[in-house]
Write a protein that binds this ligand. Structure first.
Ligand SMILES: [Zn+2]
Length: 140
């Protein structure tokens, strides 16, 4: 559902994600990704990918933004925008999809390719079968 408020949020988040992309630390891949999330409190948190010589220590833009919000106690995330230096839309990796499924399951996802073509999706759409911890009594 695209109403005026959603279109404004989509544009604002995509613009913030592009700013975040400029801060990407990607000396190994040269692939810059920016993300921006919106929380129900009204705040926006940016994230970029941060690579490391030990590749497994690399963190994606999406998780950088999500973890910034969570670490500030701002836990109700309702939207995320994701952009990259690639020509095509960049969809989140499997790890980020899992994190988004647990921490922002109802969120809308805004993408945009290099030409400005938008794609609107949701966490439920990109991660229809999330892993949920089957161990009893582990949730707060
Ligand atoms: Zn990722």
């Amino acid at each position: 559902m695209k109403n005026k408020e959603n279109i404004h949020l989509e544009r604002q988040l995509l613009d913030e994600a592009k700013i975040a992309k400029n801060y990407a630390y990607a000396p190994y891949s040269g692939f810059q990704v920016g993300a921006a999330i919106h929380t129900k409190s009204g705040k926006i948190y940016r994230g970029c990918n941060i690579e490391n010589a030990a590749f497994s220590a690399t963190n994606c833009a999406e998780r950088t933004a999500i973890f910034k919000a969570i670490s500030e106690g701002d836990t109700e995330i309702d939207a995320i925008a994701i952009v990259s230096s690639a020509d095509d839309v960049t969809y989140p990796c499997g790890v980020c999809r899992q994190v988004m499924s647990e921490l922002m399951p109802e969120a809308t996802i805004y993408f945009e390719d290099a030409k400005g073509n938008p794609v609107v999706s949701s966490v439920k759409e990109v991660m229809p079968f999330m892993f949920d911890n089957p161990i009893p009594n582990t949730k707060k």
